[in-house]
Design a protein around this ligand. Structure first.
Ligand code: OGA
Ligand code: NI
Length: 378
């Protein structure tokens, strides 16, 4: 090999190491172009996918609105349940307002996350880990050990249960981080359970008495969700000099029953609605709630886990906090027996949560290919 070639290879691996440190780190040196590592093939770029054009991308979609206060009122609940069913069938997404979580809990979560990402790289890097089972993981892109093209996103993933065991692993800086995350995790878990009760009712399923099952012999779905898994993902998307060449997150569906997403006032989330990518209009302080793969299976395909992705922009950074809720990791997920009959045959195989997590850590989880692999052909 000529000396020049050696230099090029060494430079390339040095760049590779830099990219592993994330986009926040990359943007700390002023850059005016997106490095090749982040440039998507033309047909996957945001401006081109599904025949979309720039004007369409600027149009903001108002998601179906679900008023949590109406769900709690016996007078308004039946109508709110019908809206909930329609939203989950037709969009896989809805916007939840009047959710009852104190403003202070919400604003502190955004604020503490902003301060976490604002810390020097060395402080954030303490939580970097390639171990998918680690209770806290700081990282970049979607699956940074597998992605060929990187996404314009850094993240902090925090396992929220069992809280007494995991809390001592959470970031200790900023100093209020653990307190803020603990209170946000408890509030979102409670809200998740209340929304799930409404979802069961909207599916026509009986709300099981504690300890009595409506799906499996081993206890009720609500009991199992109560003891279930909760993962908090804080996403940070710095401004990007060439936002049309890359994405903050590639098209994906979420694995759990529901994701509760808090986004700041900067638009970026897009959902696939019909054949079009549409940008969701942010309503600060409210939650975007979406159906995950496990609820699609549980509802035997009636409620849809819909593909979504994230755009970045050239002027503002954006923060979002997603909490993903499901059953305990050792449980398997199957369609509710009440939703299977001659007219509605079982559409999915039982799915073991642990093998699902192994699957997403072993490959690039593009599109809904895991869910597709669980479908029974009819
Ligand atoms: C996610 C996600 C969307 C966003 O974390 O799974 O889809 O707007 N986030 O950050
Ligand atoms: Ni998602």
């Amino acid at each position: 090999m000529s000396p020049a070639m050696v230099g090029t290879a060494a430079e390339a691996s040095d760049d590779e190491r830099q990219f592993q440190k994330g986009v926040k780190h990359l943007c700390e040196k002023a850059i005016s172009r997106v490095p090749g590592k982040y440039i998507l093939p033309v047909h996957e770029r945001p401006g081109r996918a599904y025949g979309e054009d720039a004007a369409m991308r600027r149009k903001l979609l108002s998601l179906p609105l679900i008023d949590f206060a109406e769900l709690r009122s016996s007078l308004d609940r039946p109508r709110a349940l019908r809206s909930l069913a329609t939203a989950c069938e037709q969009y896989g997404f809805f916007q939840l307002v009047n959710h009852g979580i104190p403003d202070e809990v919400i604003s502190s979560m955004i604020d503490a996350s902003t301060r976490f990402f604002g810390q020097p790289y060395e402080e954030r890097a303490k939580y970097m880990s390639s171990d998918m089972t680690s209770p806290v993981r700081y990282g970049t892109s979607f699956n940074q050990s597998k992605d060929k093209v990187f996404c314009w996103r850094d993240f902090l993933k925090i396992t929220c249960e069992p809280m007494p065991q995991v809390l001592p692993h959470w970031p200790s800086s900023p100093t209020d981080m653990r307190r803020v995350v603990a209170s946000y995790a408890k509030e979102t878990k409670y809200l998740f359970l209340k929304i799930m009760e409404a979802i069961l009712e909207s599916l026509g399923l009986p709300l099981p008495a504690p300890g009595r099952g409506c799906v499996a012999e081993d206890g009720g779905i609500m009991d199992r969700l109560q003891e279930g898994s909760q993962m908090m993902v804080t996403n940070f998307y710095p401004p990007c000099p060439e936002p049309d060449l890359t994405l903050g997150m590639p098209p994906h569906s979420d694995y759990g029953f529901l994701t509760l997403l808090l986004q700041d006032r900067v638009p970026g989330l897009q959902i696939l609605h019909g054949d079009n990518w549409v940008t969701v209009k942010p309503i600060p302080g409210s939650f975007v709630v979406n159906v995950g793969d496990h609820l699609e299976i549980f509802s035997n395909g009636r409620y849809k886990s819909v593909l979504h992705r994230v755009l970045v922009n050239s002027t503002e950074s954006r923060i979002s906090v997603a909490t993903l809720h499901s059953l305990p990791k050792e449980c398997s997920i199957s369609p509710a027996l009440e939703l299977i009959d001659e007219g509605n045959p079982r559409r999915y195989m039982d799915t073991d949560f642990a093998s699902f997590l192994a699957y997403i850590s072993s490959c690039e989880p593009k599109k809904k290919n895991f869910l597709e692999s669980r479908k029974l052909s009819s």
